[in-house]
Design a protein around this ligand. Structure first.
Ligand code: NAD
Ligand code: APR
Length: 235
């Protein structure tokens, strides 16, 4: 018996852009208005934890207001139609899950949980109203968002590589492939396995061997999933 082909999706902030969440490196993106070293590094958190907590508390409210868009829904719909779909996302929002996707790996963590600032494995539900200075873990250290900051290890990287290695198709959506080690995931794909990038800037971003599909996520992803459902295969 042949196995159901496995679609692995690697998404970045662009997949949530049409849900109203800004990307990072656009001219009006998040990193144009905030210094990465202040709000997304362990050093920035040590210097001014209150500023970092406030930054993520605001972003969390934006995530809560956002709704899954046509791209998130198309991927969940493909899974509901019987395809095997695994999602690796760099996003800390929960829009893939809210659309109905069952297998979502958050490479850079999740904004909707809290963790200890001394032990990444000690996770906690979010305190009401977000994380405040003085909210402590069981070891008595300050709680922080359960996200990966620059300069920190990426605990789920090996698991993500293993998924890419067993893909029958890798669909990359809405990422500039600028951040390491996330961008290295593409190197783990078997050479004969097809890979496409859906991004308005796809032609400039696609590494050799990756098929560029210049479209927004909300247009390009449903077009692909409709085609796969019509043909009954990933091709
Ligand atoms: P780096 O060594 O500082 O960071 C890479 C490591 O941090 C990787 O393990 C990466 O996956 C991880 N990481 C931590 N937090 C992350 C997050 N929120 N999103 C994505 N990945 C995260 O190396 P680098 O990425 O080459 O960056 C070097 C420095 O350049 C950074 O520390 C930062 O100060 C700066 N930077 C600026 C921008 C920008 O757009 N302005 C973007 C990236 C990096
Ligand atoms: N549909 C698809 N792609 C889009 C859309 C859209 N509607 N709008 C913008 N994009 C694309 C942009 O062309 C760009 O290539 O999304 C990409 C976003 O790239 P970045 O802003 O660099 O975001 P991302 O690749 O997700 O960043 C990776 O950097 O700082 C960290 O934690 C952050 O996980 C993030 C990581």
């Amino acid at each position: 018996m042949t196995q159901t082909p496995h679609l692995v999706v690697f998404s970045g902030s662009g997949i949530s852009a049409e849900s109203g969440i800004e990307t990072f490196r656009a001219s009006d993106g998040l990193w144009a208005n905030h210094a990465v070293e202040d709000v997304a590094t362990p050093e920035g958190f040590r210097r001014d934890p209150g500023r970092v907590l406030e930054f993520y508390n605001r972003r969390r409210e934006q995530v809560r207001r956002a709704r899954p868009n046509a791209a998130h829904k198309a991927l969940a719909g493909l899974e509901q139609a019987g395809f095997r779909v695994s999602i690796i996302t760099q996003n800390i929002d929960d829009l893939h899950e809210r659309a109905g996707s069952k297998s979502v790996l958050h490479l850079h963590g999740e904004i909707l949980t809290a963790r200890s600032s001394v032990d990444a494995r000690m996770r906690y539900p979010l305190p009401r109203g977000g994380i405040a200075l003085g909210d402590l873990c069981d070891m008595g250290s300050q709680l922080r968002p359960d996200v990966v900051w620059f300069g920190e290890p990426v605990p789920l990287f090996d698991e993500a590589c293993a998924l890419v290695e067993e893909a029958d198709f890798l669909l990359v959506v809405g990422t500039s492939l600028a951040v390491m080690p996330a961008a290295l995931l593409l190197d783990y794909l078997n050479v004969e396995v097809p890979c496409a990038l859906v991004d308005p800037n796809a032609r400039a971003l696609s590494p050799p061997g990756v098929q560029p599909l210049s479209a927004t996520a909300g247009e390009g992803v449903p077009a692909l999933t409709r085609q796969w459902q019509r043909e009954g295969q990933l091709a």
